[in-house]
Design a protein. Structure first.
Length: 320
């Protein structure tokens, strides 16, 4: 399927610069000011007390949830969601179609929730925007124990060295065993599961936000590899593979099962396990994290069909 690019004039979403928590918040504020029908709020706070904002567009009975930047150095995914939010809002304001789909139908059929930056402290560290203070010094000391991981660019965890996508109660004990065997048995730039599930406030905020809603489908955006992970263990929610194949067709990404070494305690894993509904980890781009912003246009082109399809395909397959 061909999704023709539609330029938003006077765009509010920069796509040529690294994102900080401040820029993320400023863009969200600007979007809400230009499009007052956008709802913004907070799902909670980070370790450093930063708000973790969300956007909602649409008033319909079917809710979906997209999130990005669980991992600090994967923050090219933040403007991916913000750009789609802007295009959805601009189409809603002008009454035009959104990539061939009636935007009024989308708006009145769905509620699309987006958290563009789950890990604001970690993003600021990885991008070199947090360079001093108690939290920075603690992270730097953690990094000194892992000299093979570039600091701060290789940092994936939250500011306390907990991997936020290894914090969910879906085989967490297995994730702990695997990661401890790999040497990540204490706070680290990546792959430390924490002392127990949901001990990191950012992961707990996503968990509680999900519990408060009735999401029919979720997308969790990561980098890199151009691959779609759709399954957790033997859980296969109805129509989830068919939707994954659609996502693969419109993006050109491979559709695969999660590798066993990374197959536990993720947000997608927990959502599939507890809700038996379609959940996907989308790994965008190729290269070494953090991916350069020069890849953004190509990444967005590949993913706009997925971002739209998270709604249209859930409807087409009758997911509630």
């Amino acid at each position: 399927m061909n999704f023709r690019y539609q330029q938003v004039e006077n765009t509010l979403v920069p796509t040529d610069q690294l994102y900080s928590s401040e820029l993320n918040n400023s863009v969200i504020d600007a979007l809400q000011e230009r499009y007052p029908f956008l709802l913004k709020g907070s799902i909670g706070k980070s370790v450093m007390g930063k708000e973790i904002p969300y956007l909602r567009i649409g008033t319909g009975p079917r809710a979906v949830f997209y999130n990005a930047s669980f991992h600090a150095n994967e923050n090219i995914t933040t403007p991916l969601l913000l750009k789609f939010a802007e295009e959805f809002a601009e189409a809603s304001a002008t009454g035009r179609n959104l990539y061939g789909v009636d935007v009024s139908w989308l708006y009145h059929t769905f509620q699309l929730y987006m958290v563009p930056m789950v890990n604001p402290d970690g993003v600021d560290l990885a991008n070199g925007m947090l360079t001093e203070g108690e939290f920075y010094e603690r992270a730097r000391q953690i990094g000194e124990n892992y000299t093979e991981i570039p600091f701060p660019a290789g940092w994936k965890a939250n500011i306390e060295g907990i991997d936020l996508n290894l914090q969910f109660p879906a085989g967490w004990e297995n994730a702990r065993r695997i990661k401890f065997e790999q040497g990540y048995d204490s706070p680290a730039p990546r792959d430390y599961v924490g002392e127990a599930p949901l001990t990191a406030p950012e992961s707990l905020a996503v968990y509680e936000f999900t519990r408060r809603h009735d999401f029919g489908l979720i997308l969790a955006y990561h980098t890199q590899g151009e691959v779609i992970y759709w399954k957790y263990l033997d859980y296969e929610p109805e129509n989830s593979y068919a939707i994954a194949r659609y996502f693969g067709a419109v993006s050109g990404y491979a559709v695969e099962e999660t590798p066993s070494q990374s197959g536990y305690a993720g947000y997608k894993d927990w959502f599939i396990q507890d809700y038996n509904r379609p959940g996907y980890t989308i790994e965008v781009g190729r290269g070494v994290n953090p991916l350069p912003m020069s890849q953004f246009a190509e990444i967005y082109e590949a993913n706009k069909g997925i971002l739209l399809g998270g709604m249209t395909q859930m409807y087409a397959f009758g997911q509630s």
